[in-house]
Design a protein around this ligand. Structure first.
Ligand code: C5P
Length: 217
């Protein structure tokens, strides 16, 4: 599909609300460059856990400079432990600054073959792409999110109980909503998509139709 102008889509959401799934579907459908910004914080968290001696701003700056999008697809970044550490290191102002410039570059200058960009995270709608053509806040109730994450982790053969996943989702929500720098919030101009009682396809159709209507207007 060819669009008349390049577009930018910004999505914010709490953990495991289905934002990544929707962002991928939208990106594929509208041929947008997709960036899962949580994976960048997860990659930095992974370094903090596994190479604590190397963890400093200069090293992370170097990593960000040479970052290849493919590195973000590594399965090792999906664990609960890495997710929890990501919500801790992402409170660091200096780390966020290093990550932000990479995200802004990708959002405003995606590779030419794409019709634009689609980023999901916690501060995309108001910090990274405040002038996005489309803004969505995707959410779902806490237990449903924990159940989805639990099934995802089980699928990866991780040994974890539902209660532990629920606890860590609650902890991450607390960290992400309440931190001083770039907290998770729904901006006034973001469209709310609650995925609790809807299938992936039903949510996608809803988002696609919203976008279509505006693009055709
Ligand atoms: O999206 P995901 O669950 O992979 O993100 C991991 C953590 O990274 C989040 O809990 C959040 O603390 C942090 N994050 C952030 N800003 C973003 C994306 C993720 O602070 N834009």
């Amino acid at each position: 599909m060819k669009l008349e102008k390049k577009i930018k889509v910004a999505i914010d959401s709490p953990a495991a609300a289905g934002a990544g799934t929707q962002a991928k579907l939208i990106s594929k459908y509208f041929n947008l460059f997709y960036l899962d910004t949580g994976k960048i914080y997860r990659m930095i968290a992974y370094i903090k856990i596994n190479q604590p001696k190397k963890y400093n701003y200069t090293y992370i700056k170097k990593i960000m400079k040479n970052l290849n999008i493919k590195d973000l697809q590594a399965k090792k970044l999906l664990s609960n432990e890495v997710g929890t550490m990501a919500s801790i290191i992402s409170k660091d102002k200096k780390i966020r600054k290093l990550v932000h410039s990479f995200q802004i570059k990708k959002a405003y200058h995606p590779p030419k073959k794409y019709n634009g960009s689609c980023l999901d995270g916690r501060d995309i709608t108001y910090k990274i792409i405040p002038d996005a053509d489309f803004k969505f806040f995707i959410t779902a109730n806490t237990k449903v999110r924990a159940l989805r994450r639990y099934r995802e982790l089980k699928g990866l053969n991780k040994k974890i109980s539902f209660n532990d996943v629920l606890k860590s989702i609650k902890k991450r929500d607390k960290n992400d909503y309440n931190r001083k720098i770039s907290p998770l919030k729904r901006t006034k101009d973001s469209i709310l998509i609650n995925t609790t009682n809807f299938s992936k396809r039903a949510c996608f159709l809803k988002i696609k139709n919203i976008m279509y209507r505006k693009l055709k207007a």
